[in-house]
Design a protein around this ligand. Structure first.
Ligand code: BES
Ligand code: MN
Ligand code: ZN
Length: 500
């Protein structure tokens, strides 16, 4: 979708649709909405008077212009109560009105900058939200559907700003929004892809593509190299699969004068059947998305490369399938991780922490610090926090605070979970240094405690996205399927570490 900023008056813009807005409880529209209302002979005011337009958040009312303005339709969108408006609601609103207008076959949509002016937000910030929300909300995954969609894609989004002097700063913000949303949609594409078309090798090829396009460093370790490194935990998970495992490292050097490098680690289980501790078959298909952490890291690297912050960042992605077979790791088996610790595998379905143990240990060996991992790690995290927040764990409060802030700015809320010593006790093994499951209670915390054993003394944080990686319905800028969660959080975090 083409994004353009135009200076001028919304009522004279050529497009299929123009979008204006209304706060809840406002009887007489002012500003741009007032101008369009006048051009429509007061049609909007009448609809408000009759109670058809209420201004409730995400309400979209379509008024046909019948030639009174150049656009075929005028959409009036509700902003909700003025005091409750947030930047993330502006993203959601843009997703909603773009989908509504696509259903009406609008190819070119012009919109005012919602939330600026009376809303109190800076126009460039609002413009970025609208661009992000539109690109995210219009996303669809149709790669494997032969039939043409009923409604064609929106081709152009026109952001209309009255003030000519401001239009330039809006353009920059729109570019940023496009990069962030584009990267999120890249992650969604990787996650939505079925596991037979997104094997560890395919994931490595996707990383190659990103590295080539944005000139990033890339190294892919194969099974032999992993053996030399002593990655027994990752190799133990890979044993049951015919697909060779890969360890992908992709790096961005934005601060040549420094050797400090932020390390992003993403769980890349391209399919999680549970292994010998096989999962029930209901909803097992969702486990094609068990590489959502990997997708988030890879996509974030692509956005970072485009935004060029002055900071070094490396992504580490352990990739394998988790399948049962005659050669698969069995409950009771003991594996040795890259840092020398031995792990008793009491449940082969707790495989994410095994591959992350080696990836984190490898990241430490590579000198990366601080470390942030993203993983669809535990069903327990979904149960604890529901669909709306990812779990945050770690050993360093300053780092975790930074991540919460980065997430909030991205519209990706997190919730910090406890890391008390008692939980750690639950991972004690009788026969090895540690076991890979601490049992059912507090499962998200014991999983995080397990990971903490492989980060040495490095500042580290872990984001559990098991509850947020998929959406079962359309909601604001989310659509059914992969959400691309954490991409924008990780990018914002890299920007926060930037020296410019
Ligand atoms: N990939 C799953 C966690 C998951 C479940 C993510 C549902 C997204 C949706 C993970 O590998 C897993 O199976 N975890 C187990 C751990 C248990 C065996 C200790 C779980 O959560 O049940
Ligand atoms: Mn599992
Ligand atoms: Zn898993």
């Amino acid at each position: 979708m083409n994004i353009v900023v135009k200076a001028g008056d919304i009522s004279s813009i050529e497009a299929d649709a123009v979008v204006v807005d209304l706060f809840e409880g406002v009887g007489r529209p002012g500003g741009a909405t007032g101008v369009v209302d006048t051009a429509l002979d007061g049609a909007i005011s009448k609809l408000i008077m009759h109670g058809e337009i209420k201004g409730k958040l995400n309400e979209v009312t379509v008024v046909h212009s019948l030639g009174r303005v150049p656009a075929r339709v005028v959409a009036v969108v509700g902003l909700g109560k003025q005091k409750d408006l947030t930047l993330d609601k502006i993203r959601g609103l843009a997703g909603e009105f773009c989908r509504s207008l696509r259903r009406l076959n609008c190819r070119r949509i012009a919109t005012i900058v919602h939330g600026a002016g009376a809303g109190g937000f800076e126009p460039e910030v609002s413009a970025q939200m609208i661009v992000e929300g539109s690109i995210l909300g219009l996303y669809r995954f149709r790669k494997h559907i032969s039939k043409e969609p009923e409604n064609h894609d929106v081709e152009e989004l026109i952001i209309v700003e009255r003030d000519k002097a401001k239009a330039k700063t809006l353009e920059k913000a729109c570019v940023r929004g496009k990069i962030l949303a584009g990267a999120t949609n890249l992650a969604r594409d990787l996650v939505n892809e079925p596991a037979n078309m997104m094997t560890p090798n395919d994931l490595a090829k996707a990383a190659e593509q990103v590295a080539k396009t944005y000139r990033l460093g890339l190294a892919v370790l194969d099974r032999g190299q992993m053996e030399k490194e002593g990655m027994g935990a990752l190799l133990g998970v890979a044993r049951g699969s015919c697909q060779p495992p890969k360890l992908i490292m992709i790096s961005y050097k934005g601060d040549k004068g420094s050797s400090d490098t932020l390390g992003l680690v993403g769980k890349g289980i391209t399919f999680d059947s549970g292994g010998i501790s096989l999962k029930p078959s209901d909803n097992m298909w969702e486990m094609k998305g068990d590489m959502s952490g990997a997708a988030a890291v890879l996509a974030a690297m692509s956005a970072i490369a485009q935004l060029k912050p002055k900071v070094n960042v490396a992504g580490v992605i352990p990739a394998t399938e988790n399948l049962p077979s005659g050669e698969a790791t069995k409950p009771g088996d003991i594996l040795k991780a890259v840092n020398g610790k031995t792990v008793e595998v009491v449940n082969t379905d707790a495989e994410g922490r095994l591959i992350l143990a080696d990836a984190l240990g490898y990241a430490v060996k590579q000198g990366l610090s601080p470390l942030v991992d993203v993983a669809t790690l535990t069903g327990a995290c979904h149960i604890a926090l529901g669909d709306f927040r990812s779990g945050l764990f770690g050993n360093n409060q300053e780092l975790m605070d930074k991540i919460v802030e980065a997430g909030t700015g991205a519209g990706e809320r997190l919730w910090q979970m406890p890391m008390d010593e008692e939980y750690k006790e639950l991972n004690k093994s009788e026969v090895a240094d540690i076991k890979n499951s601490g049992g059912r209670w507090g499962g998200a915390v014991t999983a995080a405690q397990f990971l903490s054993e492989f980060v040495g003394d490095k500042p580290w944080a872990h984001i559990d996205i098991a509850g947020t990686f998929m959406s079962d319905k359309e909601r604001g800028y989310l659509v059914k399927g992969a959400t691309g969660v954490s991409v924008r959080t990780l990018v914002n975090l890299a920007l926060a570490f930037s020296k410019n």
